[in-house]
Design a protein around this ligand. Structure first.
Ligand code: NOJ
Length: 528
């Protein structure tokens, strides 16, 4: 584990919606730099920026057309250098998003790869030998080349070719991952990462990191606790080569997989971290969906038996046993991320009371994991279900502009019409929450401060769950110090005997005569 991850708290920024410095209605790198003091004031020590590279934006920038150019809407390479410098001066690391499984169909590599005549890019993407050959999901008939390409996500995102897990003599176009013809592509990505690491970037969040070798086991939604390595040889081999090359030179840099299976990404493939997502069970039992439902469900306000629901009918049982499984599988090798939300999910604060949002923050900032805060969650920004842009679909609603003030355009942009609209709730702005010591924003600041002040809350410290219902009780300990956390998201008032009354922070709770009273949406962080 990298030392600095032990006390790290990340802040995720969707750059087009953070702060517009030049009045074109879109957020940009200069804008992020101008808000460096605000980010510092939160207490976070790392930021992750969603893709900033040149892109036609058919998938929010996850369709890169040039990895070595900053998209004009965000600024220039000089702006990135300046941003890194500004953040470094404030002790904040900068992590970029690397899309490695696919490019945009407008990338020069792909344009050349799609040509009928063989050239050095012909093998950069997964193509069948003939346009008349069938394979699930392939896109046919758009180019001169006699073959069809495999998309990795949308049709405009052709899959880069890192090979297949197994060769198949009936399909000679399926190259084995060790095939020499695939080496130049791996080298391209080693060079791209090196370029940014040399510029001062502190690491990468790697998009769909498990997807790169085809027919290997990337993500296994049917069994998230699967830690067998069979079928994973290809993806392990490729990542060991890429990360192995980089780690030799760059010691303190972080490589974060978007894979949703930390036992594979971290333990098998050598990443430092991986995400859980609120769309995937059992993590969705916290607050995202009614357990057992899926993305097709449109009624996002049916909380059912989610744990952070005022009806008090949920349980942390599934989340805790999953987390315990993961920590056992990872050993001392690593950690996972339980983010407040991401650009791909319905915003956490949607439909929740400020006290519930604060209770969720208290949980996520004290439970054993590396916290990631999605921009805007700290002011309770809600999802806008009316939007769809840049291939985002329903996800677009989580990508609206940060709300800085109560004034025009929420202080996000000087332009009348912003690229994505701002929301309308006055209380969801930095300006109004700065004035209230008890606001979500100031509570988040305080909780991050507490996390830093008490090493028992570090990511590597032990965790023991004592109760998983209402209230939930867990202990964090680094051997020298023990912190007890109690949360009650329900509407009921609960009472509980406690043998320690050293209060670090409480909300809607009081202790007297060895008993804690936990009112609706309460939490207590106590020192043993
Ligand atoms: C995961 C990213 O988070 C998401 O936004 C994107 O659409 C897909 N990967 C495809 O790159």
């Amino acid at each position: 584990m990298l030392n600095w991850l032990d006390s790290a708290v990340f802040y995720q920024i969707y750059p087009i919606s953070f702060f517009d410095s030049n009045g074109d209605g879109m957020g940009d790198l200069k804008g992020i730099e101008l808000k460096a003091d605000y980010i510092k004031s939160l207490g976070v020590n790392a930021v992750w920026l969603n893709p900033i590279f040149k892109s036609p934006f058919k998938d929010g920038g996850y369709d890169v057309s040039d990895y070595l150019a900053i998209d004009k809407r965000f600024g220039s390479m000089d702006d990135l250098v300046s941003l890194i410098k500004a953040f470094k001066a404030r002790g904040i690391k900068v992590v970029l998003d690397l899309v490695i499984g696919h490019t945009s169909d407008k990338h020069e590599w792909f344009k050349k790869s799609a040509k009928a005549k063989r050239n050095e890019y012909s093998d950069y993407y997964v193509w069948t030998n003939s346009v008349f050959e069938n394979y699930p999901g392939i896109v046919r008939g758009l180019y001169y080349r006699d073959g069809s390409y495999l998309p990795n996500y949308y049709a405009s995102q052709p899959a880069l070719n890192f090979g297949f897990e197994n060769v198949d003599e009936n399909c000679p176009w399926k190259m084995h991952y060790t095939d020499e013809r695939l080496k130049p592509l791996r080298q391209e990505f080693i060079n791209i990462m090196r370029y940014y690491l040399d510029l001062g970037v502190d690491g990468f969040r790697v998009d769909m990191a498990g997807s790169i070798v085809k027919e290997g086991w990337g993500f296994d939604g049917s069994n998230l606790c699967n830690d067998a390595e069979d079928g994973l040889q290809g993806v392990k081999w490729v990542w060991n080569e890429i990360l192995g090359a980089l780690r030799k030179e760059y010691k303190d840099k972080v490589f974060i997989a978007e894979w949703v299976m930390p036992q594979r990404s971290v333990k098998t493939c050598g990443f430092d971290l991986d995400f859980l997502t609120h769309d995937t069970p059992p993590f969705n039992s916290l607050y995202r969906y009614e357990k057992g439902t899926n993305l097709e469900d449109t009624d996002y306000f049916v909380r059912g038996d989610n744990y952070f629901s005022p009806n008090g009918k949920g349980s942390l049982e599934d989340f805790v046993s999953y987390a315990e499984y993961l920590y056992k599988a990872l050993g001392d090798k690593g950690l996972f991320i339980a983010p407040t939300g991401t650009h791909d999910e319905v915003r956490m604060p949607t439909g929740k009371s400020p006290d519930m949002i604060k209770t969720i923050f208290a949980f996520l900032l004290t439970v054993k994991q590396v916290p990631f805060i999605y921009y805007g969650d700290e002011i309770g920004l809600e999802h806008d279900f009316t939007l769809s842009k840049d291939g985002g679909g329903v996800r677009t609603g989580a990508r609206t502009p940060m709300q800085w003030t109560d004034g025009k355009n929420r202080g996000f942009s000087a332009r009348k019409l912003t690229y994505l609209p701002t929301s309308y709730k006055k209380e969801q702005s930095v300006e109004s929450q700065e004035q209230d010591a008890n606001s979500i924003l100031n509570t988040v600041r305080e909780l991050i401060k507490i996390r830093k002040q008490y090493p028992a809350l570090n990511a590597s410290s032990n965790q023991t769950f004592i109760e998983k219902g209402y209230p939930a009780v867990f202990e964090r300990s680094n051997g020298e110090q023990t912190v007890i956390v109690i949360v009650n998201p329900s509407n009921q008032t609960l009472k509980k005997k406690v043998s320690y009354s050293n209060v670090i922070k409480m909300q809607n709770a009081e202790i007297s005569d060895g008993e804690i009273t936990l009112n609706a949406q309460s939490f207590a962080i106590l020192l043993k």
